[in-house]
Ligand binder design. Structure first.
Ligand SMILES: C[S@@+](CC[C@H](N)C(=O)[O-])C[C@H]1O[C@@H](n2cnc3c(N)ncnc32)[C@H](O)[C@@H]1O
Ligand code: SF4
Length: 390
């Protein structure tokens, strides 16, 4: 098996609070319940530092990217992120041009904070906009209006090398013309990356209990086509199921997930995947922020840890890499899973016969049909435990 490059290692830091819990969101994010935001920032930042200090894992591999995700990281001050970045630098070295992203909500914009994030070396901002339409913003219970979204995005583009905006389509009763207006507005902002998600109704959300009237499958695919064409016509490459980027502006951090790279997750509910020798281990931290914080004194951060079986490796690799429209190189599959490609030759044959993938010059790609029926394609690689290739 080829062993060309070390597996990139990223760091994910989770900030699990928001001003208001959106009715569609099933992320590990919690509305503040009367806590003092500043006090909370100090306590939680100290916990993150302690987790970084106590992690036994250290590596010769330089850090490829850092991502502050949430929740709403933009509730925290630049000083908090500076401390965390300094601690990461103390334990590891950073790659040259290490991408450092912060997620921000346009309803929490503090201009001084935005300037501060830039000053401490954060070089990418991802803004959760969702829509520019006032009616949809209200239905989604966003804490910002159209003007605030526009101004936050313009400021982000002025300050940061790379800016992503998150938008969603197939919103309750969304019309094609409303979607076109959102796309126009997104293009006007001038960001180099757009993540355009299909709104999904997730269990454990308010929308699940009180379902809004969302567009049916046919109407949703028409809306999806509008998104793809609108962004392609503006020179965005559709490189992953929901991600579109101008040349050179793909998200390094997310690409590392999709290419089955390694990552260290710090903070409540954060996940890690670490390859060490022949084994690939997944860890997850205590999910509830309250419990996570209550265990800090004991240095007890990890809730669960398990080693990936060969079946897990196959499925998880495919679940990530087949999201990429350009697919993956066979050598990458072999190196990252530590399995020869022949282990999945029957599955690949079935997927090819169903015209869900193509294989050219050592690269396997989902076809347009495969992209549209990604779940069906992934089912082919899902094996029962008694079928383990080990
Ligand atoms: C963790 S959020 C981070 C952004 C920030 N918290 C905010 O909302 O402003 C990441 C993105 O996931 C998307 N998202 C969350 N729930 C979703 C759902 N049910 N369906 C589709 N996209 C969703 C939203 O676009 C959101 O901006
Ligand atoms: S602000 Fe973002 S993370 Fe928080 S609840 Fe809304 S979508 Fe979820």
């Amino acid at each position: 098996m080829s062993n060309k490059h070390p597996i990139p290692l990223s760091v994910y830091v989770h900030i699990p609070w928001c001003i208001h819990k959106c009715p569609y969101c099933d992320f590990n994010s919690h509305e503040f319940q009367g806590q003092d935001i500043k006090q909370n920032e100090i306590i939680y930042t100290n916990a993150l530092i302690k987790q970084l200090e106590s992690t036994h894992f250290s590596s010769q591999r330089p850090i490829h990217s850092i991502f502050f995700g949430g929740g709403t990281p933009s509730l925290f001050s630049p000083e908090a992120f500076e401390k965390i970045i300094n601690k990461i630098r103390e334990k590891f070295t950073l790659e040259n041009n290490c991408e450092i992203t912060i997620e921000a909500n346009p309803g929490t914009v503090d201009k001084q904070y935005f300037y501060g994030y830039k000053d401490i070396g954060i070089n990418r901002m991802s803004l959760g906009i969702q829509s520019f339409n006032e009616t949809h913003l209200k239905k989604l219970e966003r804490i910002h209006n159209k003007q605030e979204a526009y101004e936050a995005a313009k400021l982000a583009v002025k300050l940061f090398d790379k800016v992503n905006i998150d938008l969603m389509f197939a919103l309750p009763e969304q019309t094609p013309s409303e979607l076109n207006d959102d796309i126009k507005m997104a293009l006007d902002i001038g960001s180099s990356h757009v993540s355009y998600y299909h709104l999904t109704i997730e269990p454990n959300t308010f929308f699940y209990k009180h379902p809004p009237k969302v567009p049916n499958q046919d109407d949703s695919s028409k809306l999806f086509d509008l998104v793809c064409n609108g962004l392609k016509n503006a020179n965005f490459e559709h490189y992953e199921t929901s991600a579109y980027a101008k040349k050179g502006s793909q998200c390094h951090h997310n690409l590392n997930y999709w290419n089955f790279g390694d990552y260290l997750g710090i903070g409540a509910g954060a996940h890690s995947k670490i390859t060490s020798g022949d084994s690939i281990i997944r860890y997850s931290c205590h999910k509830s922020p309250k419990y996570y914080l209550s265990e800090v004194d004991k240095n007890n951060f990890i809730k669960e840890e398990h080693e990936l079986t060969n079946n897990d490796r196959v499925f998880e690799y495919m679940m990530n890499a087949l999201r990429l429209n350009n697919g993956f190189e066979i050598s990458n599959f072999e190196y990252r899973t530590n399995l020869p490609i022949n282990e999945i030759k029957e599955e690949l044959l079935i997927a090819r016969e169903k015209q869900l993938i193509s294989q050219i010059d050592g690269r396997i790609k989902p076809t347009i049909l495969g992209q549209n029926f990604l779940n069906e394609l992934l089912q082919i690689f899902l094996r029962s435990q008694d079928h383990d290739v080990k």
